[in-house]
Write a protein that binds this ligand. Structure first.
Ligand SMILES: Nc1nc2c(ncn2[C@@H]2O[C@H](COP(=O)(O)OP(=O)(O)O)[C@@H](O)[C@H]2O)c(=O)[nH]1
Ligand SMILES: [Mg+2]
Length: 217
């Protein structure tokens, strides 16, 4: 049912920085990570739509905050935010700095932000830029903002390597959740979907949860 909910994702709006975004009162879940960490693939897998990450890739939107609505048509109950990746070497320094400021401003001050999902390539682990991001959001995490690290491309790891990187990342994640994920092997998908559902619906009674699933799942 959580996966069915994620499959309802559709493009909502895009903005070059926080103050152009509409103020919303539904929970918002932001996806962040270094470029090439596997964020687009992960979002596509969770929502089962190629078009979403494509929407974020359109010319002019690559350094934008892109929002996607979740829930029944006309009954949006949460929003996914795709924040374009950081750390891409070919981007001019000036643009990198600007984008890091836009991101930090969004992550620190977005009112309805409920959760942050950080995508990480487990073969590189948490990089310096990921650590900086962690420092930026730490005060909000301590105040109750949910935090999840997704270790992507888990299919590239042996079982032992996976277990090791999982425990190391748990230590680094400062109380946040950590999950192994693979788009190719389709591991971790249900677990991540359930976490996100629960975070977006903290008060949902079980009966409501059961009826919220679209018919096609
Ligand atoms: N083996 C494997 N490759 C993946 C997986 N997820 C992403 N990739 C590859 O990693 C590269 C970067 O993925 P992408 O989603 O574009 O990363 P983004 O820059 O963070 O949006 C691409 O070549 C993907 O095919 C995965 O689960 N398994
Ligand atoms: Mg991408």
């Amino acid at each position: 049912m959580a996966l069915g909910w994620l499959h309802t994702a559709r493009f909502l709006t895009t903005a070059p920085q926080l103050h152009f975004l509409p103020e919303l009162d539904v929970p918002e879940i932001a996806f962040v990570g270094r470029s090439n960490a596997g964020k687009s693939t992960c979002i596509n897998t969770l929502t089962q739509q190629k078009q979403l990450a494509f929407a974020s890739k359109k010319p002019g939107r690559t350094q934008h905050i892109n929002l996607f609505a979740l829930g029944k048509q006309g009954g949006t109950d949460a929003v996914l935010t795709d924040l374009p990746g950081y750390g891409y070497a070919a981007v001019p320094k000036q643009d990198k700095i600007r984008w890091q400021q836009v991101m930090a401003n969004y992550l620190v001050t977005r009112q309805n932000l409920k959760a942050i999902v950080l995508m990480c390539d487990p073969r590189h682990g948490m990089t310096e830029l990921d650590e900086i991001l962690l420092d930026v959001i730490r005060p909000r995490v301590e105040e109750g903002l949910k935090f999840l690290v997704i270790l992507t491309k888990a299919d590239k790891l042996t079982r032992t390597e996976g277990a090791k990187v999982l425990s190391i990342t748990k230590l680094q994640a400062g109380g946040g959740e950590v999950r192994l994920f693979s788009a190719t092997k389709r591991t971790g998908i249900d677990e991540v979907a359930t976490l996100l559902w629960d975070w977006a619906h903290p008060d949902a009674p079980l009966a409501e949860v059961a009826t919220a699933a679209p018919a096609d799942t």
